[in-house]
Design a protein around this ligand. Structure first.
Ligand code: SF4
Ligand code: SF4
Length: 149
């Protein structure tokens, strides 16, 4: 099919499109609301509902966990490993408590299932590690209080 494309000088010079394109660029550079931030100098505030790095709550320096095994049972990623022990007062406690944060999918099921409110997910989202083994958080690392939740 033969199309008769009659166009004026402006169209042939693409001047109109160039001006429109420039205007869009200038508008976005100087007048549009910025959607990006200068990370890591600037950081966003995350909601309290954000599910980030785990921690174990402690009361008077003792972990609140009674090694009931509910959290590893509900964990869909099977990334919680607990070895239970018994205190002299017959109370159970986790001798070993590990979470593989690189396997975790941050579903929050462990936090929901815990009857002692011991395991919590903080709003910390910076969890990059250099070695695979650094992604396994042991009890010592998990006992660091990471939020007021
Ligand atoms: S947040 Fe979900 S995947 Fe991660 S440890 Fe808890 S239950 Fe497992
Ligand atoms: S559910 Fe709570 S109390 Fe039970 S093992 Fe997990 S952290 Fe400990």
């Amino acid at each position: 099919m033969l199309v008769n494309k009659k166009s004026g000088v402006l169209n042939r010079l693409y001047l109109y499109e160039i001006v429109i394109g420039l205007w869009i660029t200038i508008k976005n550079m100087f007048f549009a609301k910025k959607v990006t931030i200068q990370y890591p100098e600037e950081r966003r505030e995350y909601s309290d509902r954000y599910r980030g790095l785990h921690y174990i709550k402690a009361v008077n320096g003792v972990e609140n966990c009674t090694a009931c095994m509910l959290c590893p049972t509900v964990c869909p990623a099977e990334c919680i490993h607990i070895e239970a022990g018994e205190r002299p007062d017959k109370e159970k406690y986790p001798v070993k408590f590990e979470i593989d944060i690189l396997r975790c999918c941050y579903c929050g099921f462990c936090e929901e299932a815990c009857p002692k409110d011991a395991i919590k997910l903080s709003n910390i989202y910076e969890m990059a590690v250099l070695r695979r083994e650094d992604g396994i958080y042991d009890k010592e690392k998990l006992l660091v209080q990471r939020s007021n939740k």
